[in-house]
Design a protein around this ligand. Structure first.
Ligand code: CP
Length: 309
């Protein structure tokens, strides 16, 4: 059974294949062409234990544009709210014979655990501070669309590195495509062991942004702080908020990205978020095409014999 749990599971050619496949999906994702019914007769369950606007919405649209029957489990009104465990929830949903379950959970590793208990494909839509593979894929597609290439570029990822699943998936994916990466953050928002990752580490925004092609801003994640000291918002914005002055250190044709949701005035000046260098809404748009590509790539390989874990 094939799943998408981590970018680490993908070889370079598989990443490029998914990006190329997503590019071919763009006209359908934008409804410039009719629905492509490659998932007709398939059932997709979206199981989100954490809030989501972009990922859940785009997975739903992606599945529907490909002709799947899509069911969104509302965790708040499900039996999870009565104490049903992750495994029991997975076993119950598996009995409904889905072809794919898209899962978001607050615990790192929870999606992989669930994948071992079901007989269908499982896609990680974000697990704790571990990984968010489809976000990294849509980020890469957005970069490639704008720059015409991806290898050889320099990408700076700035902000709450310690708590970010987006940064982990992006460092793996960009590294696999020979992109030079930098992370920029205050020391208390850098994870332990960051020096062992294949990325340059900066604590000063102006130094870290010098001559970069792409700036990726991250949300300050108060919900994952776990007692870790988060700087005051005013202080954080002064030193790490992306404004025109700090952005002027990057290349003149720099693009600015943010996975969303954005904290305007915390990690990014609204004038930059809405300015000419921002590709934030295009990231959302590419999200639909990338999720169509991932569903399309995973589902034809499915073993149709049944849903035995
Ligand atoms: N980027 C992202 O995962 O956004 P959502 O939390 O809205 O899905």
């Amino acid at each position: 059974q094939r799943h998408l749990l981590s970018i680490a599971d993908l070889k370079q050619h598989e990443i490029i294949d998914l990006l190329d496949r997503a590019e071919r999906m763009v006209p359908v994702s934008r409804q410039e062409r009719k629905t492509l019914p490659t998932l007709a007769g398939k059932t997709q369950i979206n199981l989100f234990f954490e809030p989501s606007t972009r990922t859940q919405g785009s997975f739903e649209i992606a599945g529907k544009r490909l002709g799947a029957l899509v069911m969104n489990m509302s965790v708040k009104t499900s039996s999870v709210s009565k104490g049903e465990t992750l495994i029991d929830t997975a076993t119950t949903l598996n009995a409904m014979r889905p072809d794919v379950i898209v899962v978001r959970h607050s615990a790192a590793g929870a999606v992989e655990l669930l994948s071992q208990k079901v007989g269908c494909a499982v896609i990680n839509a974000g697990d704790g501070a571990h990984e968010h593979p489809t976000q990294a894929l849509l980020d890469a597609l957005t970069i490639r669309n704008h720059k015409g290439r991806i290898s050889g570029l320099t990408v700076a990822i700035c902000g709450d590195i310690a708590n970010s699943r987006v940064v982990r998936s992006n460092l793996l994916l960009l590294g696999a495509l020979n992109v030079r990466t930098r992370v920029i953050a205050p020391r208390n928002l850098l994870p332990a062991g960051i020096e062992h990752l294949a990325t340059e580490v900066f604590t000063d925004m102006r130094e870290g942004l010098k001559d970069v092609d792409v700036v990726m801003m991250l949300r300050l994640q108060h919900e994952r702080a776990n007692g870790r000291m988060i700087p005051s918002v005013r202080e954080y914005y002064r030193f790490y908020g992306l404004d025109a002055e700090k952005l002027s250190f990057a290349k003149p044709d720099v693009i600015v990205m943010h996975p969303g949701p954005m904290n305007r005035g915390v990690e990014i000046d609204p004038a930059i978020a809405d300015g000419p260098a921002s590709v934030v809404t295009e990231q959302v748009e590419m999200g639909v095409a990338v999720r169509m590509a991932v569903l399309d790539a995973l589902l034809p390989a499915r073993n149709n014999e049944g849903n035995q874990p």
